[in-house]
Design a protein around this ligand. Sequence first.
Ligand SMILES: *Cc1c(COP(=O)(O)O)cnc(C)c1O
Length: 410
Amino acid sequence: MNKKGFFGNWGGVYLPEILRETFDRLEEAYQQARNDPSFWQEYLQLMSTYSCRPTPLTYAENLSKHFGGAQIYIKREDLNHTGAHKANNVMGQGLLVKRMGKKRVIAETGAGQHGVATATMAAKFGLECTIYMGEVDVQRQRPNVFWMEKMGATVVPVKDGSRTLKDAINEAFRDWVSNIDDTHYVLGTACGPAPFPEMVSWFQSIIGTEAREQIERYHGRPPKRVYACVGGGSNAMGIFQGFLEDKKIELVGVEAGGDGLETGRHAARLAGGDASPGVAQGYKTMFLQNDDGQMRETHSVAAGLDYVGVSPILSHLWEEGRVRFEAATDTEVLAALELTMKKEGIIPALESAHAFAQAFKEASDLSPEDAIVINMSGRGDKDIFTVAHAFNDPSWKEFIIERAREYQKG
Ligand SMILES: *Cc1c(COP(=O)(O)O)cnc(C)c1O
């Protein structure tokens, strides 16, 4: 990374003057933490007592036999507190907030997972918490809104634009501009202006550090390939960092193919072939946008992969050819989810199931001496409404209708 926070051609800090000092102070706090081994010790202590670190690496014996190719290992980020890798980032930023002496945190959220994780952190650290969420998402993700509010956060529905994630991000920046002194913005993924992409990736690198050690212990040597789903790119950056230096290991980022790349209804920025370079939300990366720079609507069965931009670090690794990008369609993802449940008794989040789907397409190309690692970014319990609907489960439908009737009776 050069001075201005660029990774090759990507990244940087494109912000109004008024935020410059805040970013300078954040950069300083981050560099201090990074150069202070006691900070990482405190982080490890927190993550091993409040979350479930180190998370296990599970050998998927039945799936491996089913495909008859590579030995399949699953890195279990679903076993984190709040059910996904997001805890790694928010708890790390929470410790940084403590160091900076700020009293209030704000965050954007799309599906609500990052909002819940941030509200959890704020409750634990005794911080005031405001979550910005597009009005459409507030309606779609009621259970997460419920838990955020119960943990003491204020959820603000954003009524601008498409009323989804990107609008929530813009609103969070507006809040930050007017509350610079006491507030920290807990950005949820490896995107945004520097130092966020690098800082979030640093907290998530705990995944790769553990996975590297675990796969060598269980399998006796490094894996052939590592798979991760890519929304903003934080879980992918997390696991990839354990393997980046070893050029023989192939890294595969899996984006949301939605209804299929040819339909235009997807969220595949690097695998899709129809994204272009742009500057928005404070940084430069590959965006899904129209010719006039208007951000496009994205589509995925997985709400957490539904973002128009992508980590500038991943844009760089894509351009360098170090990470291969693929897309899995909604249909492929649901099939992979069903197979993983039946064969292993594990329920991946719809986001994570993208990584599984791509790994399944490729597992039989490799030999049983080879290993692959799939990063399971989160658990699928949160997706019960979407999944039951997609599988068209009649008894689930009856259950919902019956519940609604009971409510109407009062
Ligand atoms: C938020 C989320 C993602 C996408 O975010 P990244 O920053 O790309 O990791 C993936 N999986 C789960 C379970 C999530 O909650």
